[in-house]
Each structure stands twice: as C-alpha cells, then as structure tokens.
Design a protein around this ligand. Structure first.
Ligand code: NAD
Length: 342
C-alpha cells in the first residue's frame, strides 16, 4: 500500500484547512475514512468526485482488481493541485475496507458476492462507529439481501450495515457528479448515507428498506426496455407509412405515447440532435447493460411471482440486435437500426 505524497504547497493548504475545520468543529467528525472498490466506467468517476469533494483531513482507499485502473486514478488525483481528501492505493478489497465507509461499484451479482466474501473473511476489527457498506452496483435484490445478511452475521450487534444504492445517469452523470441514487436502507441510516452519495450525485431517493433501491431501479429499467423497443417500432412504422420522422416525433411528444425514448433518446438518427442515434448510436446506455438489467428484472419478477408478459420477447429483441456487428457496443436505441434493417 502506498500513501501518495502531496505537493508542498498543497500540504500547507490542507493543514490550514484542517486546523480551521477543527477550530470550528463542535462535535466529533464521522465518516472520515472511505474505501472505493470497483473503478470501472462509473466507479472511476464517482471515486474521483468523492475524493475531490471531501475535506483534506479525510481519506479514501482505492481498489480494483484491474491495477491499471487504480494507478490511473491515483495519478489523476495526485495531479490535482488543491483540495480533496488524502488517498491510498490498496492491495485488496479487504485491505481497502479497514475504515468506516466502504462503497462498491461492481458489474454483476457474482462480483459483489466475491468482493464481500473477501472483505468479511478478513475479520474486520471493531470501529468506534458501526461500519457502513454502500453497494452502488446494479444487481438483483435477492443477491443484495444475501450479502446484507452475510454482513449482519459477520458484524453482529449492529456493528455493520450493508445498503443498496444503485444509480441512474450513466457515465455522463458519474463524470459530472449529477447521478440519482435509489437507496434501499433503514430509515435510521439515511441521514448518515446521504451526504456521501451527494458528493457523487445530485439526488438520493430513499425507496424503502435494504433491497428496495434495486427493486425500484429494476422496475424503472424494465419499463425503459419496453418503451425503447415500442418507440423504435412506432417510429419505424410511421417512416414506412411515409411520415417524416421529425413530424411523427413531434406528434408523439405532445400526445399519449410520449416517453423518454421518444422525447430525449429518440432512436431515429436526426430526430433529436443530442441523442446517441444522431452520432451513430455511440455513447449513451450500452445495449449489453440494458440486456443485463432486463435479465435481473426478469429474475426478480420470477421470485416475486409477478407476470412480465413482454419480457421474453424484449429480451430476444435485445439479444438478436446485439448479435449484429452494426449494433454491438452501441446505445440501446440501436434496436431501431436492427428493426428497420438500415
Ligand atoms: P465496469 O465493468 O466498467 O467496471 C467494473 C469494475 O469493477 C472494473 O474496473 C472491474 O475491474 C472491477 N471489478 C470486478 N470485480 C471486482 C472485484 N472483485 N474487486 C474489485 N474490483 C472488481 O462497470 P460500470 O459501467 O462501471 O458499472 C458498474 C455498475 O454500475 C454495474 O452494476 C452497472 O450495471 C451499473 N451502472 C452502470 C451504468 C453505465 O452507464 N455504465 C449506469 C448505471 C448503472
């Protein structure tokens, strides 16, 4: 593990700030030490914002199984001239998780389970305040509850809590620090969690107890998956009937068919200049992530015995579209290209 050296002028500046803060502090500081695990497309930007917005007396430990990602982020943080917390590069998830608050942002349920297995195996020492684990990954609520139960049994008597805080806003929102978090946590923890999330986003929606954030996120993304296909179909239909796609979109957007895919992320190139469709479907919300979220929603629906009449067909549509080279790796609105054959 290596503690990064600060530039001399930065160190003096930080010391002054720390002294000033201590002088004005009326109660002991909490949540000073963080770990951020999973520095991919989202986590990298979130950790960068968190570190930049924390006080100089705070500390962030960084870990990703991809050493290159950790080193790149540490170098970027080091190059910042002023402000921000101190930071350390950790050698393992367990090593990073020594302190009070651990944030994870990992791809799929198996990655979340394996990271927490290794953290909990390390037999975490007692801390002055209960440990808090905030998982921002999009996984299924059952897997999340499993991990929460493992944390509760490894850290009994309220010594640790695991909460879910999946997010929306994509890489653009993660970079700008404007994410929306859907929080699943006991009411009593919300005030402790919110300030941390608001350093990486602009909104925290408390959805209910642990697991509820993921349920809300998956229900929303299920709706989005269907609306996107339906918009692509309706637009394709209109174009085949000879309608100008901009005229059709204007009609839909003041009528009952209006939705985010018709208004903001219209799948037909040229209809909305800022939409991924107008730049060859580059950027945006990747079709692979949409498939993943749809799969998780279907799994969670099965467990709740909820009928999703359109899910199998939608899943097939995304699978077939993604299998085509001209659609792979692009924004999920690329289903229009697949449908229209263009
Ligand atoms: P990503 O694949 O870019 O990054 C995941 C990172 O986790 C990688 O750097 C990987 O090396 C690391 N990792 C994997 N297993 C690990 C382990 N055991 N310990 C430490 N690090 C490990 O994924 P992403 O796009 O950053 O997404 C992260 C989560 O956020 C996913 O669940 C995704 O569904 C969700 N999400 C993504 C977006 C988006 O637009 N990318 C938007 C909303 C939500």
């Amino acid at each position: 593990m290596s503690v990064q050296k600060m530039k001399p002028n930065t160190r003096i500046w930080r010391q002054l700030l720390v002294q000033q803060r201590r002088a004005f502090s009326t109660s002991p500081r909490r949540l000073d030490n963080y770990a951020f695990i999973g520095l991919g497309q989202m986590g990298y930007q979130m950790a960068r914002n968190l570190q930049a917005k924390l006080a100089p007396s705070d500390n962030v430990r960084l870990f990703d199984i991809n050493k290159g990602a950790t080193e790149k982020l540490a170098a970027e943080m080091k190059s910042q001239q002023v402000g921000g917390a101190a930071f350390q590069v950790s050698e393992s998830a367990a090593d990073a998780s020594k302190d009070d608050t651990v944030i994870t942002c990992l791809p799929e349920p198996q990655h979340v389970k394996s990271a927490y297995e290794s953290i909990l195996e390390a037999k975490l020492a007692a801390r002055p305040q209960p440990r808090l684990f905030i998982d921002c990954s999009t996984i299924d609520p059952s897997s999340s509850r499993e991990v929460a139960a493992a944390v509760a049994s490894a850290l009994p008597d309220g010594q640790g809590s695991f909460v879910d805080a999946p997010m929306s806003g994509g890489v653009v929102g993660a970079t700008a620090g404007t994410l929306t978090f859907m929080l699943g946590a006991p009411e009593s923890l919300v005030a402790r969690i919110e300030p941390t999330l608001l350093r990486m986003g602009k909104r925290v929606l408390h959805c209910g107890p642990q697991g509820a954030g993921l349920s809300a996120k998956l229900a929303n993304n299920y709706l989005l998956a269907i609306e996107n296909i339906a918009t692509a179909e309706a637009m394709n239909l209109g174009v085949r009937w000879g309608l100008d796609p901009k005229v059709l979109a204007n009609v839909i957007n003041v009528s009952t068919g209006k939705c985010w895919p018709s208004e903001v992320n219209n799948p037909v190139p040229g209809v909305v200049e800022t939409a991924p469709a107008s730049r060859d479907y580059a950027g945006g919300f990747g079709i692979a992530l949409m498939r993943k979220d749809l799969k998780l929603a279907m799994l969670a629906a099965k467990e709740a015995d909820a009928t999703l009449a359109l899910a199998d067909k939608a899943s097939e549509v995304y699978k077939e579209a993604e299998a085509e080279e001209r659609c792979k790796g692009r924004d999920f609105s690329v289903v229009y290209r697949w449908l229209s054959g263009k």
